[in-house]
Ligand binder design. Structure first.
Ligand code: ADP
Ligand code: MG
Length: 272
């Protein structure tokens, strides 16, 4: 500290300046850390985009040739060849679902995900999503019950993204419910939001697992979970998407009894 009156600096002043210097040092350190984290996140995001793109290109080619062979264009196929092609296709589907999820996370985290907000009726979304999953649900003899409240009015969000959220929850209910189980979808309207609930009477989630449910790549250690295909990215994407559309997501679950997931969407013409 510069002063004309050296002898006027007392011990209190020194202590004060020391405290100030400590604070400044911490602030500078935090700023550096923040910059480093910011740079690391940006690098991660760029890396994921690059890898996703580089993987998509050869996958498109593998898929194209697999489809061609399947269609018999390259000559007749033996049963064994057909079976092998089916395995290739299934694994391609797994890879592309991972790439899609990673790209989505990347876009949400970097603020590059575009939401096309509009007013729309949920009925179509519910019908479309359930229509596309119905075959898989029936294949496992699961009962699907849909309860849409009367007189639902339009909601305000991105219909494609809401469909994605809903499909994720129904797909989880389907995957984590044993054969013959039951899935119930309920749509109810409140004063400001519409709530969509997906309930299953499946394997449920332990309290320990519940704490980590929305963490990227989290999957329960449970054997019944591990035998289903998945990357543990669905719920983390779902939560981010719901929140980006001004909704909320919650759940209740009991191990061995089933789970209920609910998300909300603001009604059209309501200030959020
Ligand atoms: N309806 C459900 N019933 C039981 N467990 C569930 C349910 N939904 C999600 N989980 C648990 O949460 C984990 C994360 O789900 P998610 O992010 O969708 O990933 P994935 O389905 O790819 O495993 C699942 O692996 C499972 O352990
Ligand atoms: Mg899932």
């Amino acid at each position: 500290l510069e002063t004309q009156h050296a002898n006027e600096i007392n011990r209190e002043d020194v202590a004060f300046v020391e405290r100030l210097a400590d604070r400044a040092a911490v602030a500078i350190k935090n700023a550096r850390l923040y910059e480093e984290i910011h740079a690391a996140n940006k690098a991660k995001s760029e890396f994921v985009s690059l890898v996703a793109h580089e993987l998509r290109v050869p996958m498109t080619s593998i898929k194209g040739y697999t489809d061609l062979m399947n269609s018999g264009m390259a000559g007749p196929l033996s049963d064994m060849q057909k079976e092998f092609l089916t395995v290739i296709q299934r694994n391609l589907e797994r890879m592309s679902s991972l790439i899609r999820d990673l790209s989505d996370i990347n876009r949400i985290e970097s603020g590059r995900m575009k939401f096309e907000f509009q007013d729309f009726a949920l009925q179509t979304i519910v019908d479309d999503v359930l229509g596309s999953l119905r075959e898989r649900i029936e294949a496992r003899n699961q009962t699907l019950i849909v309860e849409m409240a009367e007189g639902l009015t339009a909601v305000h969000a991105d219909p494609t993204r809401i469909a994605q959220v809903f499909a994720n929850l129904v797909s989880n209910a389907h995957k984590y419910t044993p054969d013959g189980g039951q899935i119930v979808v309920r749509v109810k309207q409140g004063e400001r939001v519409t709530a969509v609930t997906v309930q299953d009477n499946g394997i449920g989630i332990s309290e320990e697992d519940q704490a980590q449910l929305f963490t990227q790549f989290f999957r329960s250690e449970d054997q019944l979970v591990r035998e289903q295909q998945g990357w543990g990215l669905g719920l983390s994407i779902v939560r981010k998407m719901v929140e980006a559309q001004n909704g909320e997501i919650s759940f209740e679950s009991e191990l061995g009894r089933g789970s209920t997931f609910t998300f909300t969407i603001p009604l059209a013409n309501i200030e959020v």
